[in-house]
Design a protein around this ligand. Structure first.
Ligand code: SF4
Ligand code: SF4
Ligand code: SF4
Length: 330
């Protein structure tokens, strides 16, 4: 797949169709990749594609268009981007929210076979010995991990898949200019939502307690916000001082205000890419809340984020007969 990706990118630069390409490069540690910004055909060899390309690259797109949006006379750059299913759905959301122009994007869609959860690898390896992983190689569905004592452990990729990837329905983007790999859509809808159904069965008090327990671990580093393509506001409500919505304290009510604000802003927008979960240094179970919203939006509005450019998102739609019981008078 990587050779095909490089071939397409090379052609795009040769035909002068893009100014920048966003893909993945080798990470400085095993089991990691880093976002890679290519500005010409000479650097194409830096690109990689493997089971650690988990960053949602769509997060970088709005900032390329921001200065141009402010100064109307400047020309928009032409951006090429590698998009897995989840990145592709985020791109659709950003186009619909007028953050990026479709005509300036060249989307290389890739059919993704799922990303590996580093923590699962570490748990599997550290169970055997408390030493550093120095290399990880992947072949035919197996991951060969080597530690600093030259001990090797072979693990099955399917047992190491990230939770969001286990039953991902859209492994390839729905909108692309070229697609690499065959599109395979999974439809294990029930299995996919099972963990939310379990959560919903719990009494309200228990769910609230779980929310409080989880968010009380939050150190407000805002890594979840920075990793999410939907969080592109020039000034986040969490940083605003006029008006000041949240105090800069460790008080649980301040933390909860941030969390509830961030999570609710994801209604009809979250594509379940898992970038926020992976970014969180405190291991907070953020997905249970964002996924609950995904299910609710599907149930109440029949809407799923990032699958169509035409359908209006629920947060941007208004009907005069919309239910309004939740609105309170000031
Ligand atoms: S959520 Fe789907 S598209 Fe995204 S990394 Fe996982 S398997 Fe790939
Ligand atoms: S809220 Fe998290 S899972 Fe949802 S789109 Fe943003 S980063 Fe991805
Ligand atoms: S990444 Fe985790 S710790 Fe940081 S602000 Fe988000 S939830 Fe809190």
């Amino acid at each position: 797949m990587i050779e095909k990706i490089k071939e397409v990118v090379k052609k795009l630069f040769k035909e002068d169709k893009i100014d920048i390409f966003i893909g993945y490069g080798e990470g400085t540690l095993p089991l990691r990749t880093t976002p890679c910004f290519i500005t010409g055909p000479d650097n194409i060899e830096k690109l990689v594609w493997n089971s650690y390309c988990f960053n949602n690259l769509a997060v970088y797109l709005p900032r390329f268009f921001l200065p141009q949006l402010q100064k109307k006379d400047l020309k928009f750059p032409r951006i090429g981007i590698l998009a897995k299913g989840c990145d592709g759905r985020s791109i659709v959301g950003l186009i619909k929210e007028h953050q990026i122009p479709r005509e300036n994007l060249y989307i290389i869609g890739i059919n993704c076979s799922g990303m590996i959860d580093i923590e699962k690898v570490q748990n599997a390896v550290y169970k055997m010995q408390e030493v550093e992983i120095v290399s990880a190689k992947e072949k035919s569905g197996k991951v060969l991990v080597e530690n600093e004592d030259n001990k090797k452990v072979e693990l099955k990729k399917e047992e190491l898949l990230a939770e969001v990837c286990k039953n991902c329905q859209y492994t390839a983007p729905l909108i692309y200019d070229v697609l690499i790999g065959e599109e395979k859509r999974k439809t294990k809808e029930k299995e996919r939502a099972a963990f939310i159904k379990e959560f919903e069965k719990k009494p309200l008090e228990e769910r609230w307690k779980y929310f409080q327990e989880q968010v009380s671990k939050c150190i407000r580093c805002y890594a979840c916000r920075q990793a999410c393509p939907n969080c592109y506001c020039k000034e986040c409500f969490a940083d605003q001082t006029r008006p000041k919505w949240i105090g800069a304290t460790e008080n649980i009510s301040d933390i909860m205000f941030f969390q509830i604000g961030r999570i609710l802003h994801q209604a009809g927008r979250c594509v379940d890419c898992g970038a926020c979960v992976r970014a969180c240094p405190m291991g907070i179970d953020l997905r249970i809340f964002t996924y609950k919203l995904i299910e609710d939006v599907k149930e109440f509005f029949g809407y799923e984020a990032g699958i169509s450019l035409e359908e209006a998102p629920p947060l941007a739609t208004f009907k005069p007969d919309d239910k309004q019981e939740f609105i309170t008078e000031p």
